[in-house]
Design a protein around this ligand. Structure first.
Ligand SMILES: C[S@@+](CC[C@H](N)C(=O)[O-])C[C@H]1O[C@@H](n2cnc3c(N)ncnc32)[C@H](O)[C@@H]1O
Length: 212
């Protein structure tokens, strides 16, 4: 990375991988701990939807006995994820899967835990995606789907750092969140016929915890 300012559309998978390992690096272990505390699942099968280069899957694998499928629609992200998983020595715990959340290559009732950070805002058909996630979730399984930085301090720090390179960062985040309101998520869950869920909206971020 250089000191020059950039546009948000210059964030390629490789560049995202670099940011993940620097500016974003402190937040994934915090979010992983919050997932374990809130979902109380430390073993079984987990899917990280929209895993990107797998920072959250890696952080979760380090503190649990979960077998994790790091799934992303982008082949390049999956390649970067595979490299990172190998570098961390976690190939036995994390497998990468190139797939779309709307049509995942998993059997019904497959996963104990489905997590996703920063990806839901990009899903084109939220009702379809939630239905698919619910299909793949085991009875008694949990989800932790949404976006956030773990704490208000981390959000502020990351935002400050990102704005040095991307002056449009805050505007971009705001635009992405714009149509992704809590009400819109609740409508999508309702249309997907999912009623057993909680929404967390605090300093940790905005998270949807479905219980099947
Ligand atoms: C902002 S990145 C978040 C990456 C990672 N979860 C993290 O916390 O850093 C969003 C990711 O979602 C993926 N994505 C977007 N739409 C998707 C879809 N329909 N199915 C699966 N992955 C998707 C993108 O390819 C991208 O890697």
């Amino acid at each position: 990375m250089t000191d020059k300012t950039r546009n948000l559309d210059e964030i390629t998978p490789k560049y995202f991988d670099d940011i993940t390992k620097t500016i974003f690096a402190p937040l994934h272990p915090v979010v992983a701990r919050q997932i374990v505390e809130r979902c109380k699942i430390k073993k079984g099968i987990c899917i990280d939807v929209g895993s990107g280069p797998a920072p959250l899957a890696i952080a979760l694998a380090k503190i649990t006995d979960l077998k994790i499928h790091a799934l992303d629609i982008s082949e390049e992200m999956c390649r970067l994820a595979e490299k990172n998983v190998e570098t961390e020595g976690l190939s036995k715990k994390i497998t990468t899967v190139t797939s779309d959340v709307h049509d995942m290559p998993f059997l019904d009732n497959f996963a104990d835990l489905i997590v996703s950070r920063g990806s839901v805002f990009f899903w084109e058909d939220k009702v379809g995606a939630f239905k698919e996630i619910y299909r793949v979730l085991k009875p008694n399984g949990r989800t932790y789907i949404g976006g956030g930085f773990g704490t208000a301090e981390l959000k502020e720090k990351v935002t400050r750092e990102m704005e040095k390179t991307f002056p449009e960062w805050k505007k971009g985040v705001k635009e992405r969140l714009g149509k992704n309101t809590i009400e819109a998520f609740k409508d999508a869950l309702n249309d997907a016929k999912i009623s057993n869920y909680d929404v967390i909206n605090d300093d940790s971020g905005l998270w949807i915890l479905i219980k099947k």
